[in-house]
Write a protein of this length. Structure first.
Length: 137
């Protein structure tokens, strides 16, 4: 079996910025893009999609993850998140939880400016995460 080929961190961040350009954010005007690498090397991108009923909006990270899952991917290595704001923008709590459910050891690349990023383990962004083990009696 052939070893998967992964994009470099810079290439993954660039894909997140490209995905950001596709965001539909007519209410917040805050565009976010994400690029998620599966363990087999495939990359899934996502952008935020807003609704006039704000609770129905979906974040870029969850779009990328649900696309990946719907295409059969179940193991993930790295996600890059790109958004231009004050400082570096990180995933919201709901995204952190869903990412943790599927990839607790995920590497997270955060980019608030094209060409630059920081790296964080998901466990750092979501300490004391709720997990399936806590559902057992």
């Amino acid at each position: 079996m052939q070893k998967p080929t992964y994009l470099s961190d810079s290439e993954l961040v660039a894909l997140a910025w490209q995905a950001r350009d596709l965001a539909s954010a007519p209410y917040s005007n805050f565009q976010v893009g994400a690029a998620l690498t599966a363990s087999d090397g495939r990359v899934f991108t996502g952008c935020n999609v807003e609704s006039s009923s704000y609770g129905l909006s979906i974040c870029a990270e969850r779009v990328a993850l649900t696309k990946a899952i719907s295409e059969g991917a179940r193991e993930f290595v790295t996600i890059a998140v790109a958004a231009q704001g004050k400082g570096t923008v990180s995933p919201c709590g709901a995204c952190r939880q869903l990412l943790h459910d599927y990839a607790p050891n995920l590497r997270v690349l955060l980019s608030g400016q094209e060409g630059k990023h920081t790296e964080h383990p998901l466990k750092e962004l979501l300490p004391l995460a709720f997990s399936a083990e806590q559902l057992s009696k």
